[in-house]
Ligand binder design. Structure first.
Ligand SMILES: NC(=O)c1ccc[n+]([C@@H]2O[C@H](COP(=O)([O-])OP(=O)(O)OC[C@H]3O[C@@H](n4cnc5c(N)ncnc54)[C@H](OP(=O)(O)O)[C@@H]3O)[C@@H](O)[C@H]2O)c1
Length: 251
């Protein structure tokens, strides 16, 4: 994709990676539509910005996604980039007597079906454009799971596989498909503590890295990984998978 001149919709644009990316892309000369469930944050993100719009969407609600598609067709018919980024993460302890599949269902509905619903709803609009790009946010945990987050990691492994098939199919329609696999980044994904966890990458540094990769088209295999994440990406091939799994799951 070109780094400017696009009409871009970002799901999960009210906070964290989605918001920071939306702001950087707007600064770079794109019309950006941010979406999420919190109107107050949509208002905050779009305030004082030209060519930045907010749309309330719950990606777990098919009716809400249909309404989004109708709005896009009416108001943003030139949409050519979708960043399917909305996601949630919850730990699960399968041995806890209080454990139920409820959190797992919520993560599957948001992280997997949310991406598929929004892609299905907006692809017909994007496929009409001369250049179009689908970006979806997986995680470097797609490659080696953190065992305390079993369903979360599995949703991201699902996306890694699904995006390969989507990339293969959509090449015929000229739609580029990019997998964004963030490392551990300072956002509130797992709660307020993560946002200041010194082990996590500062949000500004991560989004600056993403913008550089997009601008330079530094996207091997259509994947946008942090350099040192390629250790996880190719752990099996490099014969270090079990050692890395053990190091990540020492407790
Ligand atoms: N931060 C990390 O360490 C990290 C690492 C790897 C991957 N990721 C991925 O990066 C993406 C963004 O996460 P983040 O770290 O930026 O966390 P975040 O700040 O919590 O952002 C999550 C975003 O998703 C939106 N969202 C959640 N459920 C939604 C729903 N049902 N419908 C519509 N929007 C919904 C939230 O907006 P509303 O609450 O307003 O709806 C929010 O804007 C996620 O897919 C996450 O899995 C993050």
């Amino acid at each position: 994709m070109n780094i400017s001149g696009n009409t871009i919709l970002v799901t999960g644009g009210t906070s964290g990676i989605g918001r920071a990316l939306a702001e950087s892309l707007n600064d770079a000369g794109n019309c950006v539509i941010v979406s999420g469930r919190r109107q107050s944050l949509l208002d905050e993100v779009t305030a004082g910005r030209e060519h930045m719009h907010g749309v309330l969407v719950d990606v777990t609600d098919p009716g809400s996604v249909t309404a989004l598609a109708q709005k896009v067709r009416t108001d943003f018919a030139g949409l050519n980039v979708l960043i399917a980024n909305a996601g949630i993460s919850r730990p699960e302890n399968l041995l806890d007597e209080a454990w139920t599949p409820d959190d797992a269902e919520a993560m599957v509905s948001t992280n997997i079906l949310g991406v598929i619903r929004v892609t299905g709803a907006l692809l017909p609009v994007m496929a009409n454009q001369s250049e179009a790009t689908l970006i979806a946010t997986s995680s470097d945990l797609a490659f080696i799971p953190m065992a305390a987050f079993p369903t979360y990691c599995a949703t991201k492994a699902f996306l890694h596989s699904w995006l390969q098939s989507a990339r293969h199919q959509l090449r015929r329609a000229g739609v580029e498909v990019i997998e964004l696999s963030p490392p551990y980044v300072q956002t509130e994904l797992t709660g307020a503590r993560q946002a200041s966890d010194p082990r996590a990458m500062p949000l500004g540094s991560y989004v600056a890295y993403v913008m550089d990769c997009l601008a330079e088209k530094n996207l091997p295999r259509g994947e946008l990984l942090l350099n040192d994440a390629s250790g996880r990406r190719f752990a099996e091939r490099n014969g270090v998978y079990e050692a890395m799994f053990a190091a990540m799951n020492s407790r």
